[in-house]
Design a binder for this molecule. Structure first.
Ligand SMILES: O=P(O)(O)OC[C@H]1O[C@@H](O)[C@@H](O)[C@@H](O)[C@@H]1O
Length: 270
């Protein structure tokens, strides 16, 4: 119980200098900080992502697609809360115009896929849910918190010529050549206040200011992850500060500060 172990993941698009309270080990370009999923809540992975360059143009399969391929129980849906963004920072999500498989394959091969995607300007507090099969590429100059299904199945369609593996056929097979529906999947999250960010069907995510209401308590009847954003929380007596993520056996084991803000997350029953 308590603070989850942290894993630093090097990425070609990561950063050698991370924003406070994080620190990259000397000489390493860290792109992701993972909080190792605990046994009691194995289906969710929380990460901080820090970018100095664009990530690959990529797509993830759904639960049904991974199951039918025999490559696991979970596909990968994910969501992003932007915590910092340099001026002009963007995220590529979906396409400006509808596109078929052949056009997508050709565009991925010649790199024009980047220009066909819709690049959304971002600022702190922007929140995006990325359903499986949505083609996406996080841009340069952002720090974000990602909550995702605990699966590492990423199909890269295009990687700006970096010498990493691509997964063109698998990727095209599960990609939707569609516009991203901002009305359905984007929210604006003020730095304070209580707000439901994700309401299933795969997981729940809430921002909570102060002491959780009865309504929030009903959404979290069992083990949950607590991610402080502003101020510390105590989880079973352990102090958890911003930049950490803790497992709590239940909401009653968490002492929230009246003026604190944190994120709560749990997976939905399979
Ligand atoms: O394939 P690269 O560019 O390293 O990006 C991989 C990363 O992409 C992001 O969109 C998220 O899905 C992360 O969970 C993932 O680790």
């Amino acid at each position: 119980m308590g603070a989850l172990p942290i894993r630093h993941v090097e990425k070609p698009w990561g950063k050698e200098v991370l924003p406070c309270p994080f620190a990259a080990p000397a000489g390493q370009r860290i792109g992701e900080i993972w909080f190792e999923p605990p046994e009691q809540l194995p289906d969710l992975l929380v990460k901080y992502i820090f970018t100095s360059e664009k990530l690959s143009v990529q797509v993830h399969p759904s639960d049904a697609q991974t199951l039918s391929k025999g490559i696991g129980r979970q596909g990968k849906e994910e969501c992003w809360l932007i915590v910092a963004a340099e001026p002009g920072a963007t995220l590529g999500i979906g396409f400006d115009c509808a596109m078929g498989d052949d056009a997508m394959r050709t565009a991925a091969l010649d790199g024009s896929i980047e220009g066909l995607m819709t690049w959304h300007d971002v600022k702190p507090g922007d929140f995006f849910y990325i359903p499986a099969n949505t083609v996406h590429a996080i841009g340069a100059g952002v720090s974000l918190i990602e909550v995702q299904q605990n699966s590492d199945i990423t199909y890269r369609l295009f990687d700006y010529g970096r010498p990493r593996e691509l997964h063109l056929e698998e990727g095209v097979a599960v990609s939707r050549g569609e516009t991203y529906d901002l009305t359905a999947w984007h929210k604006t999250v003020p730095p304070r206040g209580t707000q439901v960010l994700v309401d299933g069907p795969l997981f729940l995510l809430d921002q909570v200011e102060g002491i959780p209401s009865e309504e929030i308590s009903r959404r979290y009847p069992g083990p949950l992850l607590v991610i402080p954003r502003e101020g510390v929380v105590q989880v079973a007596g352990e102090t958890i500060a911003p930049g950490s993520c803790a497992l709590a056996p239940a909401l009653r084991d968490v002492a929230f500060a009246e003026d604190g803000v944190c994120l709560l997350a749990r997976a939905c029953a399979a």
